[in-house]
Write a protein that binds this ligand. Sequence first.
Ligand code: PLP
Length: 436
Amino acid sequence: MRKGLVTMYDKTKEYLYKNFNLEGKIIDYVNEKENNILEKFKEIDLIKEYNQYKVIKAMQDNRLSSTDFYWTTGYGYGDIGRDKVESIYASVFNTEDALVRPTIASGTHAITLTLSGILRPGDELIAISGAPYDTLQKVIGVKGAASGTLLEYGIKYKEIPLLNNKIDLNRVKNSISSETKMVMIQRSTGYSDRRALTIDEIEEAIKSIREYNSEVIIMVDNCYGEFLELREPTDVGADIIAGSLIKNPGGGLALSGGYVVGKKKLVEQVANRLTAPGLGKECGLTFGTSRTTMQGLFLAPHIVAEAVKGALLFAKTYKDLGFKVVPDLNDERSDIIQGIELLSPERVSEFCKGIQAASTVDSYVIPEAWDMPGYEDRVIMAAGGFVEGSSIELSADGPMREPYYVYYQGGLTYEHCKLGVLMSLNNLYIKNLINL
Ligand SMILES: *Cc1c(COP(=O)(O)O)cnc(C)c1O
């Protein structure tokens, strides 16, 4: 290294040491791990570059204009900005139509609208990537005792577990019948120990299904997957997909919201569920959020790349300490999540406390496991974002169940992710929960 660089490196180390109470040993260790993965950042940058151009092109093609950022009141008829946001999302995801609203409360809400908007009593839904995300099991009605579940409305449900972490295409083929209205694929890991399904794998599954069934609706839960690859599930034949704006596509700026993109007829059914049959997409206020929704989408490919680099640093750091990491270092990544099998509740708790302490907002708060609405096990969450609960910002969480995985995700800048690695590791180290 040049002398000037050595000095800067030392200054940063000294600053961290003095101001964040980090052991010198921890800083050296993480810096060494970082040096070992810099090569891998190149591929992430290439994906970022492609997706950045894709988003810019969508904004230009749809003539995004300074006057699109005004907002309406009342019913929200003729909200040009809202319509523009939706056509831009449709362009980015290469679909006929889109529903993008700040009033969709979460990813769970966006997916629930999609399921309940399209499925009718007697229809069958098959989850072909194993048990869906925790909150969706409640929505379907297979876990917990919420009212208004899909099962209560007479929708039938089957689940096909993954086989060696892959979609079991033979079993899927034997399970789809004339009653099957929809198959659902979850791209991201969720709270499981499998890596995300890649777009290639999703494409293979869709092609296989289409060989014997042209009718069944293929839906993908795209949460945490946006901009991880050059293509999205809708580029490879998914009929409809849904996700959250306080994850990847909101780029850290969207204040709330969800999106659903896909075939026009299906998006219309979903919109009729969101508002009312006959009203569909034509009304619903955006409360002046169109500007940040668009600015966030513009930043999203960049932010996602920062977060994925952070995920790699977490993976390298913890793998070299002997923990199992999912995805593994050389796995192809299709979501921003980094799972780390910590094997004890104390480690999960100390890890999350370290992440919380690295936050910009609420850094002084100590996270505790609690009974979160929608989840069956107690969950501990470290999140100190500018937008509450936003998991494209530096965050970590884990359900308190064996084998005690912690799931780290997000970070709007790589440096913030690195501080998260440093502070979580330092916390484990000073509590004698790891050997260095
Ligand atoms: C986050 C997530 C959801 C639900 O999103 P919320 O916004 O937390 O309701 C659904 N599916 C997957 C795979 C997720 O990661």
